[in-house]
Design a protein around this ligand. Structure first.
Ligand SMILES: NC(=O)c1ccc[n+]([C@@H]2O[C@H](COP(=O)([O-])OP(=O)(O)OC[C@H]3O[C@@H](n4cnc5c(N)ncnc54)[C@H](O)[C@@H]3O)[C@@H](O)[C@H]2O)c1
Length: 294
């Protein structure tokens, strides 16, 4: 059984939602924390609340889309605590108008999503994994992907494509570490619908990546269906509990729900049988996930 006490965890996107849930759960295990986010006030509020409960917490304002900023985060972690044992590449964004077809998805949406959801994870791997390998001993990397990285079809193309790519990068990390029999484990966290601030990601869009004519709004009917699915969503604390178990058990694919399995199956079955796919609708699967929880 891994004793987490005194070990060091780094969490990106720690100011809200799943990242905050992870930070709270790790603090409850007695871990020392390096928390990173692009939003200073909520980041400092999370750190202050954890310190009140006795946790040792360092914060670093970080844009994970910026490779140098993520290197600076690694410097900060090693200079504060001398080691990093658990790395959670968790920060992510969903560009607005996610329930619109691909031909209405602006280049800026693609760049923003790929910069954060894919390159944020890659930057974390590049900045931390060589040093974790050099430090030696047990470690674990948790990359937050999504069921959107497993299924396909209509809805959120810029988000889904970035998450598919981030999963591919995470599989490479897993395989490369496994090939050298590394004591560093890897988990690809693939949540379904979780009650977080992700629907309000536009708060973090860089001014340089606002599409000409502004950010389009979503189709109101799709928005309503998503809100309904979200009303019975998993809580970040539940996800954090699953992550802790996955780290302990060295689970690679951590898919928090079975509601999207038929989407994965349809995609794989179509590929293997060389037939055209009939992708189930992502919003319908989201609704099924919440119906199963009600
Ligand atoms: N909530 C869901 O339903 C759901 C489902 C599947 C996957 N996810 C994934 O979970 C992860 C966490 O998201 P969440 O749902 O907790 O949303 P959230 O919006 O509550 O939290 C995301 C955090 O990331 C931060 N962030 C955004 N851009 C950043 C950047 N460039 N650099 C550093 N920090 C940045 C935000 O400020 C925020 O604190 C994301 O990768 C998301 O794609 C969420």
């Amino acid at each position: 059984m891994i004793d987490f006490r005194g070990r060091v965890a780094v969490v990106t996107g720690a100011a809200s939602g799943i990242g905050r849930g992870l930070a709270e759960r790790f603090a409850a295990e007695g871990m020392r924390l390096v928390l990173a986010d692009i939003q200073p006030e909520p980041l400092h509020a999370v750190a202050a609340a954890l310190r009140l409960n006795g946790a040792e917490v360092v914060t670093q304002l970080t844009d994970v889309a910026d490779a140098a900023a993520v290197q600076a985060l690694a410097d900060c972690a090693w200079s504060a605590f001398g080691a990093v044992h658990v790395l959670c590449n968790n920060a992510g964004v969903v560009p607005g108008a996610r329930f619109r077809p691909i031909w209405e998805t602006a280049p800026e949406d693609w760049h923003w999503s790929l910069n954060v959801n894919l390159m944020g994870v890659v930057h974390g791997i590049l900045a931390f994994v060589p040093r974790m390998r050099a430090q030696g001993g047990w470690g674990h990397v948790v990359n937050t992907i999504s069921v959107a990285g497993l299924v396909s079809g209509t809805n959120s193309p810029a988000y889904g494509a970035a998450k598919h790519a981030a999963l591919r990068a995470t599989e490479a990390l897993y395989a490369d570490l496994r090939a050298e029999a590394s004591p560093i484990g890897v988990t690809a966290l693939c949540p379904g619908v979780v009650a977080t601030g992700i629907g309000n990601s536009e708060r973090n869009r860089p001014a340089t990546l606002v599409p000409a004519g502004g950010v389009r709004d979503d189709d109101p009917q799709a928005k309503e269906r998503y809100a309904s699915a979200k009303s019975a969503a998993l809580m970040p604390a539940e996800v954090a509990e699953m992550v802790l178990r996955a780290i302990r058990e060295r689970t690679f694919y951590l898919v928090t729900t079975t509601a999207f399995d038929r989407g994965v199956r349809e995609r794989m079955d179509a590929i293997l049988n060389r037939r055209n796919p009939d992708f189930p609708d992502i919003l319908t699967m989201s609704q099924e996930e919440s119906d199963a929880r009600r």
